[in-house]
Design a protein around this ligand. Structure first.
Ligand code: SAM
Ligand code: F3S
Length: 467
């Protein structure tokens, strides 16, 4: 009988990507099929996040609930992966002995071995090491059901921002070799994928080896993989930066739109900016977290750039691509943030004109340097700052949406709309969902849509032509 797999994912797109890979691994090794119903599952996995809040406690309360399922179904396998697993390790099994598997973001490909050892020994298995890039060599080929897919190009982060737990839970920055990335994308394109988002914590720190083993660049023989570098590579031709990788990805037949996230202002060089002018397949949207508009706070956060440097990147990006929309992440209430520092953030928002962005109240993370800083801003004050920032940001996003009304947009149709299945749902280059009436044969293709109305979280449009 086919095994059923239930995965609950917390956190970022990296975790969404990792959850899909867990499903691929278990489909290959156990023949497991995904289910949305936890009660019918044979394997339950929690892919956790520890970037904010008391994520640990949330995981234990969720685990408490599946424990009851295990009483009726003793063979049920319960696994905890992701950043909480990475931080807590053995402590999870000590506190919740009914957990069978604990694995980190870099060891999810070892799930089949962990399950086998669990069955053999009858004991819970914990593996939260960082075995470098082994993960990608051991994963089955990525599968995709839609027209749009994520592709991880790097793992980890070496920036050590003073507030952030990611370098400790995901390890340091490691880039996948260029050929591996291109082969994966060519495979996805062959399955009908038309848009890819290159994923990593700081994708502009990408330095991927141009040669794997003794083979020449592009010697993998995969269909549609360009045969060599199309521009300068650093380190005497041994590695490619993000600008070069993007150029190569844009050459893969079938791939018509390319995104990347997240990028970091510290390493946003001119070559990447120029790529936006040169590569029409690059989406007109960049997510570039700034965190704060105060140089004093940016220094305390150890972000490695000033407000002026950030604004210079924005100016050059907009010179390269006039219609570019820019979104960001902000943290309010960082330890020591004064009312004056916060006003500087509001001023930056006003000057830059961001698209829909994310803002968070600072959450102290155990083990990070900022957790030891004195913090005397009252919680209420932090919440008020958050609300002001979010209101300003929502207003800016709304005005961008309104300015699109009447324009014709080339959109990728992702499927039927969630709310009303006589509508289709598509995505614009600047990352907005557009709903419109249309036939199923548009799904998976680019079409042209005239925007007729701006709604709070989406746009409404009408089909003009198949693009
Ligand atoms: N790599 C990205 C970058 O360049 O900043 C961000 C990765 S982080 C997982 C996503 C966002 O979570 C950050 O941009 C930051 O705004 C937020 N974040 C991280 N640690 C946080 C903390 N301790 N408290 C509040 N927000 C936090
Ligand atoms: Fe975190 Fe800063 Fe890296 S926010 S993921 S340490 S760039």
């Amino acid at each position: 009988m086919t095994k059923k797999l239930y995965i609950r994912t917390f956190g970022c797109q990296m975790n969404e990507y990792d959850s899909d890979r867990m499903a691929d691994v278990l489909a290959a090794s156990e023949g497991a099929r995904k289910t949305e119903r936890i009660e019918e599952a044979d394997i339950v996995l929690f892919n956790t996040c520890s970037v904010r809040e008391k994520a640990q406690e949330k995981v234990f309360s969720d685990l408490g609930r599946v424990r009851a399922l295990k009483r009726d179904k003793p063979d049920l396998l319960i696994g905890v992966g992701g950043c909480v697993a990475s931080q807590e390790g053995e402590a999870i099994v000590e506190r919740a002995p009914y957990v069978d598997l604990v694995f980190g973001p870099q060891t999810l490909h070892r799930l089949p071995e962990l399950i086998a050892r669990r069955r053999e020994t009858g004991r819970p298995q914990v593996d939260i090491r960082f075995p470098e890039i082994e993960k990608f060599d051991r994963l089955p080929p990525a599968r995709s059901e839609g027209a749009s897919a994520f592709v991880s190009i790097m793992e980890g982060c070496s920036k050590y921002c003073s507030f952030c737990v990611v370098p400790y839970t995901r390890g340091h920055e490691i880039s996948r070799p260029v050929d591996d990335v291109l082969v994966e994308i060519a495979g996805l394109a062959a399955q009908g994928v038309r848009e890819v988002t290159l994923l990593g914590q700081n994708v502009n720190a990408y330095r991927g080896a141009l040669r794997t083993g003794s083979g020449a660049p592009g010697a993998s023989g995969a269909p549609g993989v360009p045969s060599g570098p199309a521009g300068p590579a650093d380190d005497a031709g041994a590695s490619a930066d993000l600008a070069l990788l993007l150029e190569l990805v844009c050459e893969i037949p079938g791939i018509e739109r390319v995104r990347y996230t997240t990028s970091h202002p510290k390493e946003f060089g001119q070559r990447l900016i120029d790529a936006h002018a040169r590569l029409p397949k690059l989406a007109a949207h960049v997510h570039l977290p700034v965190q704060s508009g105060s140089d004093r706070i940016l220094a305390a956060m150890k972000r490695g750039y000033t407000v002026l440097e950030y604004k210079s990147i924005v100016r050059r990006l907009r010179a390269a691509r006039g219609d570019l929309s820019l979104s960001s992440d902000f943290i309010v209430g960082f330890p020591g943030e004064t009312a004056d520092d916060f006003e500087k953030t509001m001023k930056l928002v006003d000057e830059v004109g961001f698209d829909a962005s994310f803002s968070f109240v600072y959450s102290p993370r155990p083990g990070t340097p900022a957790a030891d800083l004195p913090d005397d801003t009252p919680e209420q004050e932090k919440l008020e700052r958050l609300q002001r920032l979010q209101a300003a940001n929502d207003a800016q996003a709304r005005s961008i949406s309104e300015s699109m009304v009447g324009s014709v947009q080339r959109v990728l149709v992702e499927g039927r709309a969630r709310r009303d299945d006589s509508d289709l749902a598509a995505r614009t280059s600047n990352n907005r969902v557009v709903n419109f009436r249309g036939a199923s044969d548009c799904i998976g293709r680019f079409v042209e849509v005239r925007i007729t109305e701006a709604r709070t979280h989406s746009l409404r449009g009408e089909l003009v032509a198949a693009a």
